[in-house]
Design a protein around this ligand. Sequence first.
Ligand SMILES: [Mg+2]
Length: 128
Amino acid sequence: MKISFDFDSTLTRPDVQNFAKQCIEAGHEVWLVTSRQDTESALLRGHHWVESQNQKLFEVAERVGIDVDHIVFTSHQPKIEFLEGKGFAIHIDDDIEELLDIKYSKDPVEGVNVEYFEWKEITEKLLK
Ligand SMILES: [Mg+2]
């Protein structure tokens, strides 16, 4: 299945990183979808600090085993705009706004709140 993870306060967590690794090992297609600005457009705007912040994101993605082609920067646009129509089964996030956008969209993608204590069990059920 196609499963996507938010980065800040989601894939920055070691438990979430381990879970993402397990998903890849189980053969799922794992994506990282962040609302951060991509490095190139940040630099064009003079936001030079974004480069090293994003470098850390790429390091985490590499450690987890997420393909560079599966990393998306929405540059503060709602993530559902990217997720919609692409066959994602699950998106895991800590941002209520993003999760509500997902919930009220017509896309079958299920949003999972990583702050909820049973996020992992819920995701595992959805993956079955
Ligand atoms: Mg977040």
